[in-house]
Ligand binder design. Structure first.
Ligand code: C2E
Ligand code: CA
Length: 282
């Protein structure tokens, strides 16, 4: 336990130093309109290039940042960096409708900080607020709604979009959905896994798509990896998806060409290789 605590303390101090030293960067994953292939938005995802450990994923360092309070400066950096990048794309005439950032529940515990950061970033970058989407989990949204309703409403009034991330994994009541200032709901990746295999997840996904339609909310399915998943989602009326089947998260520089084209089609499986090593192009 002692070793574990020491490792965590070291990680916190590395993360603090890494944030100052510019070791963090963002990658962006496209969200695609199924019918047209148009890129509707990009989700910004944080990465950390640790000098000794190499690339560290957010599943490892975000919980550490949340526990230590570092999530506040980290979250501020994420919003600023994503908005600056969105403005560059906007000025180049290739920006998608919005860039989404993940907001932890703990960032809403200092809601004024979130609002101030956002106002400062908008003033600094000149990005229209409607070009930013905040992704909150159900529980973060519930907490924010109960305790910091005014901040949520201010942000929304300024034009910022709000999405519920991993909808259906929390334990909140459906009733709140019709009252919350929400624009979109995101179906979690874990629901994609056995879509064709049984009634369980398929029923939940279908119901979520229907609920979104009835309430006039956008619905995005996350973690789409196969053609079969895409076909089922299409049949059920889902319009937007995000997943490896279309694109992995990528650094901003690598996305410029794609954004210039503005649309994206499923990644082709690798060309088959014959026994003699010949590659048969598709
Ligand atoms: P998330 O919000 O659910 O983000 C989607 C995650 O699924 C990303 O992992 C993405 O790379 C991965 N993913 C996307 N498509 C596919 C797919 O088709 N198959 C599979 N297997 N995975 C897919 P990533 O980037 O490792 O992020 C993990 C989580 O870390 C995020 O989950 C989010 O909750 C959190 N996170 C990432 N960046 C930030 C940040 O800047 N702030 C906060 N607060 N949390 C962040
Ligand atoms: Ca997310």
């Amino acid at each position: 336990m002692d070793a574990e605590v020491r490792a965590r303390v070291a990680l916190v101090s590395d993360l603090r130093a890494g944030l100052d030293a510019g070791q963090l960067f963002l990658v962006y994953q496209p969200q695609v309109d199924i019918a047209t292939g148009r890129i509707v938005g990009l989700e910004a995802l944080a990465r950390w290039r640790h000098p000794r450990r190499g690339l560290v994923g957010p599943d490892e360092f975000i919980p550490v940042a949340e526990k230590s309070g570092l999530i506040v400066p980290l979250g501020r950096w994420v919003i600023r960096t994503a908005c600056r990048q969105a403005k560059l794309w906007f000025d180049a005439g290739i920006a998608p409708a919005f860039v989404a950032v993940n907001v932890s529940g703990s960032q809403f515990r200092t809601p004024l900080e979130l609002e101030t950061t956002f106002a400062a970033v908008v003033a600094e970058t000149g990005l229209p607020p409607a070009r930013l989407e905040l992704e909150l989990t159900e529980s973060a949204l519930m907490d924010a709604w109960v305790e910091k309703r005014d901040v949520l409403l201010h942000l929304r009034e300024s034009g910022v979009k709000i999405a519920i991330d991993d909808f259906g994994t929390g334990f909140s009541s459906l009733e709140y959905l019709s009252r919350f200032p929400v624009d979109r709901i995101k179906i979690p990746r874990c629901f994609m896994q056995d879509l064709g295999g049984g009634p369980g997840h398929a029923a939940v996904v279908k119901a979520t798509i229907g609920l979104g339609r009835e309430l006039g909310l956008g619905v995005v399915a996350k973690g789409v990896e196969t053609r079969e998943q895409l076909e089922l989602l299409k049949t059920w009326g889902c319009r937007e998806v995000q997943g490896y089947y279309f694109a992995r998260p990528q650094p901003a520089e690598e996305l410029t060409e794609l954004l210039r084209r503005g649309e994206l089609h499923p990644m082709r499986p690798p060309a088959p290789v014959a026994a003699d090593g010949t590659v048969h192009p598709r």
